[in-house]
Design a binder for this molecule. Structure first.
Ligand SMILES: [Zn+2]
Length: 403
């Protein structure tokens, strides 16, 4: 049934037809329709995206366009030159000269454009500038280290800074970031969680809040924080992270609604409503899927699969077609479970959501405030369509660094 938040999913159940080609990528027919829509939407973005001199973020600002073009360089078939990297730099340059150093996170802070610049220069073989911007990202921690006001969540907080460090390691080399910094940031996140758990007499070892509220989803809440912590591979930290995070995830298993959806905050007034990456089941899928990979306990896989069915039923949102709270972002939950199980039913789910996105603007969705941006708008949709060409190597943007 249609609701005020989502359209009824019009697609039939999976019939068993394979979508993968012999090369383990999406089959050529599906690929060519996605590529042609991606190019069409890209043209619309190029004509319409207006840079906002106050917003340099990857999330909604100019560096989000650079982020998309780096992705196009990496993933679009037939790209043989540096043209997308040059476009990325043209978006980044005005941002880099005006950063204020006020926020540390990858998605909404200075770490985003700086880490992106390091990776783009790495791809252009400019080792000097790659190092320069990598060190700039590292130096953000100097100022943030003693700041007790910084939250721990992904969008503005310490885990958002961690995602910049993981982005650098993933795209440049595992040892391009000083391990001491990762250790310090992780320790700060764990300590902050332990302190709040003690203060609130919580039944789990780590507790986090953002603006005095215990959010549970990926953007501001526990699912995003635990997901980022579980991606840390530093041998000195892993045992401690696993020991603290696992009971928290077990606790979150108990919080799920009967529908399979997940609450957006503790004591949430809104109830079983939101099915977004930022709030609700989609963010939790990534956490459960990774917990299964790390702890090899089937209950996490079952939880991920249950959540995914809710996203399939209620994930075609009226908010638009984007990553943070739209079908493009929601489809990454299907890809997460597909990568884990190899079951093409989940690839079919993702492909059907892509088809929905290919009819961009035809469903009467609301227009987001930043309609061409990376996390709210069309740039994110293009990012997803291109990622789906090689689904086994797809990864939720700025969040998933393990493929
Ligand atoms: Zn959102």
């Amino acid at each position: 049934m249609d609701s005020d938040r989502a359209f009824k999913n019009p697609f039939p159940d999976y019939s068993g037809t394979p979508l993968l080609g012999d090369d383990n990528k999406l089959n050529k027919t599906c690929q060519s329709s996605l590529v042609s829509v991606a190019h069409r939407l890209l043209g619309i973005i190029q004509e319409n995206f207006v840079p906002d001199s106050k917003d340099y973020s990857i999330y909604t600002g100019s560096s989000g366009q650079a982020f998309l073009h780096l992705h196009l360089h990496n993933k679009l078939p037939g790209v043989r030159d540096d043209s997308h990297l040059k476009v990325a730099l043209s978006w980044l340059d005005p941002c880099l000269s005006r950063l204020k150093g006020s926020r540390v996170s990858f998605l909404c802070g200075d770490a985003g454009p700086l880490a992106l610049a390091a990776v783009v220069y790495f791809k252009l073989n400019d080792k000097k500038l790659c190092k320069y911007y990598t060190e700039k990202v590292e130096s953000l921690w100097e100022a943030a280290r003693h700041d007790r006001e910084i939250p721990d969540e992904i969008l503005f907080g310490r885990c958002g800074y961690l995602s910049a460090l993981l982005f650098l390691k993933h795209n440049i080399s595992q040892d391009c970031v000083r391990s001491e910094i990762i250790q310090e940031v992780v320790e700060a996140v764990l300590k902050s969680g332990e302190n709040l758990a003690r203060k609130t007499k919580s039944s789990i070892p780590l507790m986090y809040q953002w603006h005095d509220k215990t959010y549970l989803g990926a953007a501001h809440g526990l699912a995003g924080i635990f997901y980022m912590l579980l991606q840390i591979k530093e041998p000195a930290l892993q045992a401690r992270i696993h020991h603290l995070v696992r009971p928290c995830i077990d606790y979150m298993l108990t919080l799920r609604f009967a529908s399979g959806n997940c609450p957006s905050s503790l004591g949430s007034e809104s109830g079983d409503k939101l099915v977004h990456w930022c709030h609700g089941a989609p963010g939790w899928v990534h956490m459960f899927a990774l917990a299964y990979k790390v702890f090899k306990d089937k209950q996490y896989l079952e939880a991920a699969k249950d959540c995914v069915e809710v996203v399939w039923k209620r994930g075609l949102l009226r908010k638009g077609y984007g990553i943070c709270h739209g079908p493009a972002g929601n489809a990454y939950t299907f890809l997460a479970v597909f990568k884990l199980t190899g079951d093409q039913k989940y690839l079919y789910y993702a492909y059907k959501f892509a088809e929905w996105c290919c009819d961009y603007g035809k469903h009467g969705c609301r227009t987001p405030d930043r309609p061409y941006s990376m996390f709210e708008g069309m740039a994110g949709t293009v990012y997803f369509l291109v990622d789906l060409l090689d689904p086994k190597n797809s990864a939720f943007p700025a969040f998933e660094f393990q493929t």
